[in-house]
Design a binder for this molecule. Structure first.
Ligand SMILES: NC(=O)C1=CN([C@@H]2O[C@H](COP(=O)(O)OP(=O)(O)OC[C@H]3O[C@@H](n4cnc5c(N)ncnc54)[C@H](OP(=O)(O)O)[C@@H]3O)[C@@H](O)[C@H]2O)[C@@H](O)CC1
Ligand SMILES: Nc1ncnc2c1ncn2[C@@H]1O[C@H](COP(=O)(O)OP(=O)(O)O)[C@@H](O)[C@H]1O
Ligand SMILES: [K+]
Length: 510
């Protein structure tokens, strides 16, 4: 599913109004109906509701929601804010008048230095309809005072469209100040790009999309660099299995992994690969991993390195269909030299994770040698080690878009919403996964899984996209069994098969 910049959302709004002949007040009514339903489903009329409406259409949304709720027995207290003499938007006036004629009361607050603000208690539900997509710059003056007042209160805050003061886009200048901290954000039609960044998690809180029926053709024809991966997309990509299939048809994966004390990483990535559906899995690891691997993952073959404790040379003995490098390798110079030599001669896309990424950080000239369309799977720390400290998630994602293009590689920036960044600068946010996966070894499983998918002939960008989705879903399934504290990386690997199965055959299909 595509998601859009603020500018694009405004353009889609505008075009829908033109093409479908829908006035903006109708779109606002639809948004308000959906949002009022969400709010009323959560909180009873006995709770005190305080609405802050701004001078534009975000304020109009707030006024329309309050009017609908009044009709359902709620008693909202509504404040309409204005900067001295500034005009309210036409829709804001319309919905103010509608509220007044429905018997409601609107309190005006003139924004100036000394604000008389209502009491907000722990019981209060604040509806933040100050600013949405029409925000020009950071909030200042009286609005800054009001935002601080809301944030310092113990009230529950619901933001309309986006938390006031925040942008929906990647914003290199964004400083998280003077922005409402929402517990719940009810966003219109699409989630915003900024919702997928960890930096903004505390501002946005939980988010829900309220559909207002924007024109589907216009949405379809509006290009976008940003997407959210959907299960149907992954289902479509997964190839069915022929009854006559043989392991020779299903590829052979090599994982260059492990060192003394980190044999577990070799085990976990092999398990991830084995559950991906690949025909054969081989681990190239130092001799010290031999017995561990053969007993923990007897299904995987073992190609011993000459060195006992670390990988010292990577000379694959077979023509493996895909190779993944990194988990548990350690940072020994001998291993880095082996990776260095290998990356200079190997020409097919590889998966690069963990210590293979650390090798890139230590020897940045290797970035030039990476096979085109290789998949790099850094978490934030690994990314910054290679590409320098980034001041914010926005800047980091923009940097990932730049380097994916420069080096023609795929960057899978791991986190709560893992982002697949492609060389064409397209970004795919992965929606699956759970905090239960925040544990050593989870990434090793992912490396094995992606390598296993690539070995089966899935293209690198498809393997990375599917791998992240399946891995997250397997984590969610593991959480159902073991709870958010109890999941181990092994549990994620063990659930990969089930995750793939549930994507291929959703529950509601017979
Ligand atoms: N089709 C539609 O219309 C739909 C609209 N919808 C809803 O409308 C919202 C967008 O409404 P919007 O465009 O009126 O902008 P909004 O965010 O309310 O603010 C504009 C006002 O703020 C002012 N202002 C700006 N920056 C400021 C600052 N730093 N400090 C102080 N003031 C500042 C600005 O002043 P101006 O720039 O004009 O001088 C103007 O008065 C959108 O987020 C969604 O909630 C949806 O319900 C459905 C479809
Ligand atoms: N809070 C979270 N929500 C969703 N997924 C998470 C969360 N924390 C971690 N993960 C996932 O778990 C994996 C962790 O990988 P990584 O950081 O490389 O760990 P390790 O190196 O210890 O294996 C990534 O795929 C990441 O997306
Ligand atoms: K808002």
């Amino acid at each position: 599913m595509k998601i859009f910049t603020t500018e694009d959302v405004r353009a889609i709004d505008r075009r829908t109004m033109e093409v479908d002949g829908i006035p903006s007040r109708e779109l606002i009514k639809r948004a308000a109906r959906g949002m009022a339903d969400e709010i009323m489903a959560r909180w009873r009329p006995t709770r005190p509701f305080v609405f802050f409406a701004g001078p534009g259409n975000n304020g109009a949304d707030a006024l329309a929601i309050a009017t609908i709720m009044m009709g359902q027995g709620y008693r909202p207290t509504v404040y309409l804010l204005n900067i001295g003499g500034q005009m309210l938007s036409l829709d804001c006036r319309t919905f103010r008048d509608e509220m007044l004629s429905s018997g409601g009361q609107v309190n005006f607050i003139e924004i100036k230095d000394q604000l008389k603000l209502p009491e907000l208690t722990a019981d209060t539900i604040v509806i933040d309809g100050l600013f949405g997509t029409g925000l020009r710059e950071g909030l200042q003056g009286g609005f800054q005072v009001l935002v601080r007042y809301i944030n310092e209160s113990s009230a529950t805050v619901v933001s309309i469209d986006i938390p006031s003061g925040m942008t929906g886009d990647l914003n290199p200048d964004a400083i998280n100040r003077n922005i409402v901290h929402a517990d719940l954000t009810l966003t219109v039609e699409f989630p915003r790009i900024s919702f997928f960044l960890r930096d903004n998690a505390d501002l946005v809180g939980e988010w829900r999309v309220v559909k207002i029926g924007l024109n589907k053709d216009i949405i379809k024809s509006t290009p976008s660099s940003f997407h959210i991966v959907e299960e149907a997309e992954v289902r479509h990509l997964l190839k069915p299995r022929s009854p006559f299939v043989s392991k020779a048809d299903l590829g052979s994966a090599l994982l260059v992994t492990g060192s003394y004390g980190m044999a577990g990483a070799a085990v976990l990535s092999a398990r991830g690969a084995l559950r991906s559906g690949v025909g054969k899995v081989t681990a190239h690891s130092p001799l010290c991993c031999y017995e561990i691997m053969q007993s923990a993952v007897p299904e995987a073959m073992f190609e011993p390195d000459e060195h006992k404790l670390v990988v010292s040379g990577i000379n694959p003995r077979h023509d493996y269909s895909a190779i993944g490098l990194g988990p548990g390798l350690g940072t020994n110079e001998m291993t880095f030299s082996a990776l260095d030599t290998f990356l200079k001669v190997h020409k097919r896309p590889v998966v690069i994770d963990a210590d293979a990424l650390n090798c890139l950080a230590a020897r940045p000239y290797l970035l030039q040698d990476l096979p085109v369309l290789s998949v790099l799977t850094p978490h934030v720390g690994e990314f910054d080690r290679i590409f320098g400290d980034q001041p914010s998630d926005s800047v980091r994602l923009m940097k990932a878009m730049e380097v994916a293009h420069t080096y023609q590689v795929l960057i899978l920036l791991k986190g709560h919403y893992t982002a697949l960044v492609r060389p064409d600068s397209k970004v795919y946010f992965n929606p699956t996964g759970t905090p239960a996966m925040a544990k050593g070894g989870s990434g090793d499983v992912l490396t094995g899984l992606i390598t296993g998918l690539m070995a089966q002939g899935y293209k690198p960008e498809v393997s990375a996209l599917m791998g992240a989705y399946i891995h997250g879903l397997a984590g969610e399934m593991a959480e159902e069994e073991h709870g958010v504290y109890g999941v181990t990386a092994g549990d994620i690997a063990a659930n990969i098969g089930k995750a793939i199965q549930s994507i291929m055959k959703p529950k509601n299909e017979i």
